[in-house]
Design a protein around this ligand. Structure first.
Ligand code: ATP
Ligand code: LTN
Length: 329
């Protein structure tokens, strides 16, 4: 039996290099390895205020970038979360098996709600991991490739699966997070102590940035004291982040990247990092542009929705039966 692999990105903003390294870059290899369910977490994007037109455009962009990275709609299932109503139904059931205490300990919730008035924090933001747990178990996912920041949510899904299966028997499949060894958390270029993130675009490299802009951002990235190109995240967070980016673009280890830059100065180092990023992103942009022009994402999303609905509704039936909801055939 092939492994089932599932992951999603929420269309909250323009895709950035961290999204590429954590998910997009690995899509082709994942697709050759197992049965892939790759989606656009558009319901999750509603957990913070967003303009309807922006949400629509971002969703199209993510679909196009998935395809540009080599996702083949004949091999993998590409879909919009909101096209599969089982996600909302699973959410209604699973909200009773995750608790306020554990949800309030989620780092993402704490970060995103920190600057908000309590009276303005939506229930959806708080319950974000409930919907996410449903996304994962509906497809019996074995593997969930994500960046480091999402690990906690997948761990909570594992807790839910344990809790649910202890109560009702072996109903849900136990998923496992899978995180890149190199590039699990890409940091901002202007402040290497904070994560690069599409909704807080400070020092981000966007996949749609003009290549000249990307080069400029890298050349002016914050570096550290000294002049040695060395991986030392504690003392040299800026240089270490750029080394990780370089290693990810070249598909080499950090040690190999370090060895390549022995004796080179920061300026030369940054120039080579910029070349590596522009090379990868430039080619990606060409494929993306073609997909946008031909609207190839439309057919892919329609086809994916049919397959995803079929799989998810079967699992949902199993879940409903387990808890005692009548499923009349
Ligand atoms: P937002 O800013 O809206 O929270 P985001 O940029 O953090 O968005 P997500 O949609 O939350 O992106 O994440 C998509 C995937 O990219 C997830 O697997 C996430 O872990 C990963 N990811 C996001 N940012 C980074 C980063 N800086 N480094 C590595 N992985 C990342
Ligand atoms: N929370 C994730 C997006 C996401 C996801 C998922 C990822 C929603 N559901 C299921 C993996 C599996 C994020 O912020 N990137």
């Amino acid at each position: 039996m092939k492994e089932k692999i599932l992951t999603g990105i929420k269309p909250t903003g323009s895709l950035q290099l961290g999204n590429y390294i954590a998910v997009l870059k690995n899509l082709k290899a994942l697709q050759d390895r197992g049965e892939c369910y790759i989606f656009i977490a558009d319901l999750h994007a509603l957990t913070l205020p967003i303009e309807p037109e922006v949400l629509r455009q971002n969703s199209i962009d993510i679909a196009a970038f998935y395809l540009a990275c080599g996702l083949d709609p004949d091999k993998s299932t590409l879909f919009l979360q909101s096209s599969v109503s089982a996600h909302a139904e699973a959410n209604a059931i699973f909200q009773n098996y995750l608790y306020m205490g554990e949800l309030s300990r989620m780092t993402q919730f704490k970060d995103k709600s920190a600057k908000m008035k309590e009276s303005a924090i939506g229930l959806g933001l708080f319950a974000y991991p409930v919907l996410m747990a449903g996304d994962i178990v509906l497809y019996d996912a074995d593997i969930v490739p994500v960046g480091d920041d999402q690990k906690q949510h997948v761990e909570l899904t594992r807790d839910l699966v344990n809790r649910f299966n202890n109560r009702y028997g072996e109903v849900l499949k136990m998923p496992k997070p899978e995180i890149n060894k190199v590039g699990k958390r890409i940091m901002s270029l202007s402040d290497p102590t904070v994560k690069m993130s599409k909704s807080d675009p400070k020092g981000d490299i966007f996949l749609k940035d003009d290549l000249k802009v990307i080069r400029k951002k890298i050349m002016s990235a914050v570096t550290d004291l000294g002049c040695e190109v060395k991986y030392d995240p504690e003392n040299k967070p800026g240089i270490s982040n750029l080394l990780v980016i370089y290693a990810s673009m070249k598909d080499i280890s950090i040690e190999e990247a370090e060895a390549h830059f022995v004796g080179k100065r920061y300026g030369e180092f940054k120039g080579e990092v910029a070349d590596a990023v522009c090379d990868v992103i430039g080619k990606l942009q060409e494929r993306y542009q073609h997909i946008i022009e031909t609207k190839a994402y439309e057919e892919a999303l329609k086809k994916g929705a049919i397959k995803a609905n079929k799989v998810a509704s079967e699992t949902l039936k199993r879940i409903k039966k387990a808890v005692g909801l009548l499923t009349l055939e």
